[in-house]
Design a protein around this ligand. Structure first.
Ligand code: FEO
Length: 211
């Protein structure tokens, strides 16, 4: 049964003057009167915006997985590994929002994920795309944070603090690699060394509830 269609039965006790059949009168209440599982505890505007963000995070995961495939095609396995880990991080972000909506009794609406770009001119081009994409995501997170303030939704504000900090790191990581690749230029020996460095990246899921 859907949450909207859910109803509950309550028991009311006999009072002086009640008819005998009212001793255990069963009253069916509409779902809107319920708390807990039967009622959305997060505002509609907020949950709609978070559902959009879940889509944006899954798109980010798709984009980085597409970049991993691109790096595989040019035999840069360390870069491929870095992008695979990045895609896992984005998947984690999407699911962090997903779990949060459920914990606030909200409804998830998963939407179609757009097809990402499949090829880039160079590793530098791919990381410039990464950096630019992360600045766009930062803008989306900031808009969510503004909405949470407008809606007086303090729980969502706390969640978004985690994402605001995360975006600082995401932009900084991408920019560091853009700068490194600019320095390297056409030096294939140096590119090989960076490839080895990026091969060491592993996905470490953040501890539950933490940053
Ligand atoms: Fe989930 Fe890279 O932002």
């Amino acid at each position: 049964m859907s949450r909207e269609g859910y109803s509950r039965v309550t028991t009311r006790f006999l009072k002086l003057g009640d008819a005998p059949e009212a001793v255990f009168a069963h009253v069916t209440e509409p779902a809107s009167a319920l708390t807990g599982k039967g009622k959305q505890m997060i505002g509609k505007k907020m949950v709609d915006a978070i559902n959009e963000q879940i889509n944006a995070e899954f798109y980010s995961s798709y984009l980085y997985l597409s970049m991993a495939a691109y790096f595989d095609s040019i035999n840069l396995k360390g870069f491929e590994n870095w992008m695979r880990v990045q895609a896992q991080e984005e998947d984690f972000h999407a699911k962090k929002f997903f779990d949060y909506v459920l914990s606030r009794q909200g409804r998830i609406h998963l939407k179609a994920i757009a097809e990402p770009q499949t090829t880039w001119k160079s590793p530098l081009d791919a990381f410039q795309t990464t950096y630019k994409h992360e600045t766009v995501v930062t803008g989306l997170i900031n808009k969510l944070a503004t909405l949470a303030l407008k809606e007086d939704d303090h729980a969502t504000s706390v969640l978004l603090h985690w994402f605001i900090n995360e975006q600082v790191e995401e932009e900084s990581n991408a920019d560091a690699l853009v700068q490194k690749l600019k320095m390297i230029g056409d030096n294939s020996g140096a590119l090989f060394l960076v490839d080895q460095e990026l091969a060491a990246r592993v996905f470490v899921p953040p501890v539950a509830g933490g940053a």
